[in-house]
Design a protein. Structure first.
Ligand SMILES: [Zn+2]
Length: 308
């Protein structure tokens, strides 16, 4: 039997032709893939690259309402609703969004098979069942959690959302669902300005640095794994906690973000809980710097994979 390889999920269609001046760095997925090539991920025998298919409507409908999905596919006639997404609607945007959700679903499948898998996109946690919000059209984390429950018989999912912004859409989607526990650690005074109640929220002040942040994680993650005994962890490794991020208000260093990812992944692996990781938010005009921040997740995953 051949040794299992670390599954990394990427589709070239995650990035597509996008207005250069738009504040969302759509080219970052392509830049991240290129950075991973530079870091030796292409010809690494320990790594398996997977190209995902687009998500199917039947998978989206486990979270999103039929009326909202129609709007998602056809564009919203209401200018206010269009503004809430933060994106200019186009058929090409619909296609790449379906690929991104398909990527997180493929990451889930791969994690259940091998114990650990990482997407090079995903973490669109602001999308609500019936509305887009904050650069998020579909909630890939929520769709993956539902897929895990309904198609894989998973009885308890834990979502660890370490993006600097609160996972409001996910919290809302699962407010009545005990099989999905939502944990969000985020900036108190950052978007979304109306927070939703997760099962556990850690709201931290502006300027939070490595030590305070990691102390909180170290206090809560092992205890949650112990108490909930989840059969799956979905990990949002948002890079917007980094001190250099344009939209984050935290001061985590490069080493701090790396320690965070290593800590979360290692806790899951030690407890033998499959973990599917997505990259979450990250905003910088300097795409090379941003891609390198996101690549920490994949580097840490590979390091832990080799130590197994
Ligand atoms: Zn974010």
């Amino acid at each position: 039997m051949t040794e299992p390889r670390l599954p990394l999920i990427h589709h070239p269609g995650y990035s597509f032709d996008w207005p250069a001046r738009h504040p969302f760095p759509m080219a970052k997925f392509h830049a991240l893939r290129a950075r991973l090539s530079e870091l030796g991920f292409d010809d690494d025998p320990a790594v398996e690259w997977i190209t995902p298919p687009p998500a199917h409507d039947r998978q989206l409908l486990r979270v999103h309402t039929p009326a909202y999905l129609q709007t998602f596919h056809l564009g919203d006639a209401d200018p206010l609703a269009r503004k809430r997404s933060g994106f200019p609607w186009s058929p090409a945007l619909v296609r790449r969004t379906l690929l991104e959700v398909g990527g997180t679903l493929a990451t889930l499948e791969a994690a259940l098979r091998t114990g650990l898998a990482c997407n090079t996109a995903g973490g669109t946690h602001h999308a609500y069942p019936d509305a887009a919000s904050g650069y998020c059209l579909l909630n890939d984390l929520a769709i993956a959690a539902r897929e895990a429950i309904e198609m894989h018989g998973i009885r308890q999912v834990l979502i660890i959302d370490c993006d600097v912004h609160q996972g409001d859409g996910t919290a809302w989607a699962f407010r009545h669902e005990p099989r999905v526990f939502t944990f969000s650690i985020h900036g108190e005074h950052n978007f979304p300005f109306t927070k939703r109640e997760s099962d556990l929220d850690m709201a931290l002040p502006r300027g939070t640095g490595d030590e305070d942040y990691l102390t909180m994680l170290e206090r809560h993650v092992p205890a949650l794994l112990e108490r909930l005994q989840p059969e799956l962890v979905l990990y949002d490794a948002g890079a917007d906690v980094h001190a250099g991020d344009r939209l984050g208000h935290f001061e985590l260093s490069h080493a701090g973000v790396t320690r965070r990812d290593r800590f979360v992944l290692k806790q899951c692996l030690m407890a033998d809980i499959p973990v599917a990781a997505v990259i979450g938010g990250g905003y910088d005009r300097d795409l090379a710097a941003l891609a390198d921040r996101h690549a920490r997740l994949h580097c840490v995953a590979r390091e832990l994979w080799r130590q197994r």
